[in-house]
Ligand binder design. Structure first.
Ligand code: HEC
Length: 335
């Protein structure tokens, strides 16, 4: 085996097998592992060093051994080594593909003209070239049929398909990834952990204006069924994320809170429904009762959406009014 493959092939082949294995098993994202983790690079260098040293040591051992042999054994050793000529078939194929005539047969193909003593040989085309040419003809036919006759996808169509697939994948990912919620994908969170986190966020940021029990103060009462900006999860998410009507004092929290946190606090706000706060502020806005509150039937969502659209339209009108009244210094708070 050792004699079959010379060391200049053996070392790189072994090295690349090890490199491939490392890349396969070490999870390094888009980057190669040895770029991302310097330790891997160090390991690979060490491996290379060891491989080369083993070759060196074995080589010199063989040399020492060879020097100690008597002449007869030396001759036998050399003969043995030449018999198992390294990669014989590779050499043979190479020569065959080159297709050149051996030197001693050159006079068969020599042309009978000479320019200043330079003579020309009438060699055949090298087989490697001919085969490549035939392959290219086959390729051209297949290509022509596939893309021109049977209208296969061209690059632009391929790109569009991939883009569409990627969009589908992103949507699927967004559905499962909680942290990526936005106003369109948000759903009411019901898990205790989420509500606890929401309560925490509410107590840190919102109690100053809405009171700890949601009864309201500077901000409106959050426990009643009256909503200025809509009481379904999407509307509340939108209010918290983008802020209330300009000049009213409810800022856009998206700068401070992550989308998931907004979803958590919005879900927590929804749990105020039906509770009785200590000092309820008088109701403001329209009565919006979601008949299916708490259930997640698709019909319920549609109902709630319809209501929201109405109330958002109203809000938009009111907002124009407020903007027209212009001298509201509190507008700065919104910035
Ligand atoms: C500076 C006082 C203030 C703080 C702090 C505040 N809000 Fe408000 N909030 C208001 C005011 C004022 C409104 C009414 C906005 C309007 O009329 O457009 C409001 C409106 C709302 C509404 C809509 C109520 C409705 O009837 O449609 C929700 C929901 C809400 N706040 C939730 C929150 C949450 C959650 C927090 C904490 C992240 C918070 N608010 C922090 C003042 C505040």
């Amino acid at each position: 085996m050792r004699n079959l493959i010379p060391s200049w092939i053996r070392v790189p082949v072994l090295f690349f097998i090890i490199l491939g294995t490392v890349e396969f098993f070490v999870d390094s994202g888009n980057q190669p592992a040895f770029v991302k983790y310097p330790a891997v690079l160090l390991f690979l260098l060490l491996v290379l060093f060891i491989l080369i040293s083993i070759e060196g040591i074995v080589g010199s051992l063989e040399n020492v051994m060879f020097q100690k042999l008597d002449p007869e054994a030396k001759a036998k050793f050399i003969a043995d080594r030449n018999k198992s000529v390294q990669l014989d078939w590779l050499k043979k194929t190479y020569i065959k593909l080159l297709g050149s005539k051996p030197l001693e047969k050159e006079d068969e193909i020599i042309l009978d003209h000479s320019y200043d003593g330079i003579k020309e040989l009438d060699n055949d085309l090298p087989p490697w070239w001919k085969y490549a040419f035939y392959i290219s003809i086959v390729f051209a036919v297949v290509y022509l049929l596939r893309f021109e006759v049977f209208s296969g996808q061209n690059q632009i169509e391929e790109f569009d398909t991939e883009l569409a697939e990627a969009k589908v994948a992103i949507d699927a990912y967004k559905k499962t990834a909680k942290g990526l919620v936005d106003v369109n994908s948000v759903t009411q969170l019901t898990e205790t952990a989420d509500l606890a986190a929401g309560k925490n966020i509410f107590n840190t940021n919102c109690v100053a204006c809405h009171m700890a029990d949601g009864g309201g103060g500077i901000g409106p009462n959050l426990t009643d069924t009256h909503w200025i900006l809509g009481g379904d999860i999407k509307s509340i998410f939108h209010t918290v994320s983008e802020g209330g009507r300009s000049g009213k004092g409810m800022i856009a929290w998206k700068a401070q809170l992550k989308p998931l946190e907004i979803a958590q606090v919005a879900s927590y706000v929804m749990t105020f429904q039906g509770t009785t706060p200590a000092n309820p502020k008088a109701a403001e806005g329209d009565i919006i009762v979601d008949p299916n509150a708490g259930t997640e039937g698709s019909e319920a969502t549609t109902d709630a959406d319809a209501v929201t659209t109405e109330s958002t339209e109203e809000t938009a009108e009111t907002q124009i009014d407020t903007t027209l009244q212009a001298e509201t210094p509190a507008e700065d708070i919104n910035e």
